[in-house]
Design a protein around this ligand. Sequence first.
Ligand code: AKG
Length: 270
Amino acid sequence: MLDIVIIEGDWKRDGAVCVRQAFGPDDMRLAEQAIDANLADLSPLAKRASADDDAPFIEDFCNWHRIPAMERFVRESPAAQIAAHLTGSSTIRLFHDHMLTKEPGTRQRTPWHQDQPYYNVEGSLNASMWLPVDPVPLDTSLQLIAGTHTGPWYLPRTFLDEQARWFPEGSLRELPDFDAEPDRWPKLAWALEPGDAVFFNFLTVHGAPGVTGTGRRRVLSVRFLGDDMVHAPRPWTTSPPFDGLDDELATGAPMIHPLFPELYRSRADT
Ligand SMILES: O=C(O)CCC(=O)C(=O)O
């Protein structure tokens, strides 16, 4: 399968690539069913990430175990194999699914951020897939800051009111003003058609504009754990939270747990 996938960009150098047309009609049908089923039945982890006077920007997390189409996409699509290829991992586990829908007219920008500092895992062999089921033009597509996957970690904040709910104020660097110095912080973005996806490292800084026009922007994201990813319990509630996990998995342990099923293992490793 991977022989015929077109990868645009340089994973090691930039921490993000665009993968063209790796997902066929069956995969896209499952992804769309998964998003629509999730929107129709939000979990307690769901949140609205836009203001009340804006169109809805709805996020939800960790629904694969209750939405059959989500689980089938995660297990049956080529996404985990692509994550293995990009990270050079022999084994890929699911970390979590994440649904992000901006309804038409959503002005809210997804602020620049890294995902890793919100999490309870550490390591460098990981990948997030960002798969829209609607066409996404360049000017509203996911934007990434090339090279930020090598660090440093920046202080994570809540999207709407910029609260430091995870690492305490002052304990990590503040995000630079990426937009003020475009030559220093090269941006990556791709126009995407259904079947295309962006893959990026958990530490790669990314954000996304609001949406224009009459189209929805429904995205299924899946987060994958490669060979060196280990448990990093935090004294605060991570996003997403994995309640009770700290009692079952030691600090620094590989993420071998039913919450994080193995999705891919290289033939050499079986
Ligand atoms: O879809 C978006 O607006 C932003 C995506 C994002 O932040 C993520 O996938 O982690």
